[in-house]
Design a protein around this ligand. Structure first.
Ligand code: M6R
Length: 607
């Protein structure tokens, strides 16, 4: 994940920026750079590889400015070369960027037609050019950034440095974190408080859509509409920085809101964004030889596997068998020699999953590990690694690890489809174009938080809750019920909506909320029929679906969580956000500990 640092200091600050960037090395990177202003003119030093390469360049040609920006780049669009390293510059400004700008191709074509010449293969460079384009209309830097931000789509954080402006940095947060550091006559911006720790422990966190004009005298924070807003300045004691909650009351809330960023980074691990092709994946067995595939996991990881089953069967036309790990390890299932098992685990240490991995390996299966902790036992034991880049997940309830598991499974399913000839290059590109929109859509979906909190007040009064979904929304219904159970201790069940008539419809009454997860997919109309059946029996419906779809459904729905319009293929990645927020707010309203629910452990390393 990219790291960002900005400093309005005194004396030469390039060395301090590099020191701060070192604290962001844990995020992973493959090139780095710094820009400062010298006598009002922009000067940059950038280098491939580790920060020591950048330090060597700075030693050979020092930067003397007292205002500057720095960046560690984790390549998404374009190779990790010096040319593609940040800061990117256009006439009169430089910018550092973390995240993905989805509409960069369209903007590039628009600005190229106006005569702008691009020097890199990155999506980030467009963030410099849109602001230059606005400055050319006679706007001030702040007006130009505000107007430029409205032209960018995706999930990102940005910091701008302007030529001739020795007392000005402008930052923005839209789906990726950015913190403002308050010093004594100095000010800072950084990806997190850890980066700012060498300078200050007084930090304010920007909220979604915020942008900030920073001068040595202080920070003027605005919301997306341009209205001035206050963000609390908090102290970040050095010892707690690696596991800080920022503006959030719980780690779980923070982790829910990190999803646009970490899903983006997970996708960037698998997808060559510029070419809209999958990067090669080293399958431990030739996918063409497979007659079926197995998936194993526990809890939320198992549900991610269940969504993966739908995707692999759809895109690769390959039958998938999926097992809860505690069943897999003892039921003596026949294992196909030289077959393939995908093992899914956040921690990589779950006892049942680890035992299942050993069982299938001992019986001749090749294995792929979809794992979040790269040093874990499961990551080390599997034949091929399919990492999720969720970062440390502290909340016991899995949130960002789940959506990153989904992102990885989507890429694996498309990869299997291509390798087996079930989908062609054009279909691969179309699917990936849809998939890479999910981080931005997640950022949109997270704006439903106030609405989710309202619905949570109704759920908190219930004794039982039913979740319904069809297709890939069925595993989400299971995940929604698990989230609610583990956090609020309310009894909840997830069911395939089509099964309603086969039993659970007997439960419907005025007391039980029925949460229907209904993206606009091929089975949407069928799900609407199920909603009608619930409504006809006085059931209390909560719909998670697109606004227009809800209107067309013409059913008496008590609450609608109106999701952004989107393609249906990868809806589970985006629809995970409202079910997580519903469970989280229900727990908080009921006074439960959202980070550490009773009786649960984050990593279940015993049977
Ligand atoms: O670390 P793992 O992904 O292997 O953990 C699996 C389950 O224990 C885990 O997903 C559990 O169900 C979570 N508490 C769900 O939020």
């Amino acid at each position: 994940m990219c790291g960002i640092v900005g400093v309005l200091g005194s004396g030469s600050i390039a060395g301090s920026i590099v020191d701060a960037l070192k604290r962001l090395e844990y995020r992973g990177y493959d090139s780095a750079g710094v820009a400062t202003l010298e006598n009002g003119k922009l000067e940059r030093r950038r280098a491939e590889g580790k920060l020591k390469n950048l330090e060597a360049k700075l030693a050979a040609a020092p930067l003397l400015g007292s205002i500057g920006i720095g960046h560690t780049r984790w390549a998404t669009h374009g190779k990790p070369t010096e040319t593609n390293a940040h800061p990117h510059a256009s006439r009169g400004l430089a910018v550092v960027h973390n995240g993905i700008i989805e509409n960069f191709k369209a903007l590039r074509e628009e600005l190229a037609a106006k005569g702008y010449a691009f020097a890199t293969q990155t999506d980030s460079e467009i963030a410099a050019f849109v602001v230059e384009d606005e400055l050319a209309k006679g706007k001030s830097p702040a007006e130009a950034v505000h107007a430029g931000l409205k032209r960018l789509r995706g999930a990102f954080a940005l910091v701008y440095l302007f030529e001739g402006e020795n007392n000005l940095l402008i930052g923005a947060r839209q789906g990726a974190p950015l913190a403002v550091g308050y010093g004594d006559g100095e000010m800072y911006l950084g990806s997190d408080a850890l980066a700012l720790a060498p300078f200050t422990d007084r930090v304010a966190y920007l909220e979604e859509g915020d942008w900030v004009v920073v001068r040595r005298e202080g920070a003027d924070i605005r919301d997306a509409s341009g209205k001035p807003v206050q963000r609390r300045i908090q102290r970040s004691p050095a010892g707690s920085l690696l596991a800080e909650k920022g503006n959030y009351r719980h780690f779980m809330a923070k982790e829910i809101h990190e999803q646009p960023e970490v899903v983006g980074h997970t996708l960037a691990h698998y997808v060559d964004m510029a070419a809209m092709r999958l990067k090669p994946f080293a399958w431990p067995v030739d996918p063409k030889t497979l007659g079926r595939i197995s998936i194993v996991g526990c809890g939320t990881a198992y549900f991610a596997g269940l969504v993966g089953k739908y995707w692999i069967e759809r895109f690769a036309r390959l039958p998938v068998e999926i097992d809860v790990a505690s069943e897999c390890r003892y039921r003596e299932a026949p294992v196909e020699r030289n077959g393939l098992t995908i093992v899914i685990s956040q921690s990589g240490e779950t006892a049942d999953t680890l035992a299942s991995l050993r069982y299938v390996k001992d019986n001749g299966s090749k294995t792929v590990g979809v794992v979040n902790v790269p040093t874990s036992s499961i990551a080390r034991l599997t034949d091929a690694a399919a990492p999720t880049l969720a970062g440390p997940e502290i909340g016991v309830a899995s949130t960002k690890a789940f959506t990153c598991q989904l992102a990885a499974m989507a890429c694996l399913a498309i990869s299997l489809g291509r390798a087996r000839g079930a989908i062609d290059e054009a279909r691969e590109a179309a699917l990936l174009a849809e998939l890479v929109l999910t981080p931005g859509l997640l950022a949109e979906a997270l704006k439903l938080e106030p609405a989710a909190e309202t619905v949570a007040h109704a759920i908190a009064r219930a004794r039982d809750v039913l979740y319904l979904g069809r297709g890939t929304a069925y595993p989400l219904a299971l995940e929604g019920a698990l989230k609610l159970k583990e956090l609020s201790y309310i009894h909840a069940e997830g069911y395939p909506a089509g099964e309603l008539k086969h039993g659970p419809i007997a439960l419907i009454d005025e007391a039980m909320p029925v949460i229907v997860i209904a993206p606009r997919d091929a089975v949407f109309e069928k799900t609407v029929s199920n909603m009608q059946e619930v409504a006809a029996r006085g059931g209390r419906l909560v719909l998670i679906g697109e606004k227009h779809a809800a209107e067309e459904a013409a059913v008496a729905i008590e609450h609608v969580l109106a999701m952004p319009d989107m393609g249906a293929n990868f809806a589970p990645i985006v629809y995970a956000a409202p079910i997580q927020m519903l469970a989280y707010h229900t727990a908080v309203i009921m006074g439960k500990d959202a980070d550490q629910p009773r009786n649960l452990a984050k990593s279940v390393t015993v049977e």
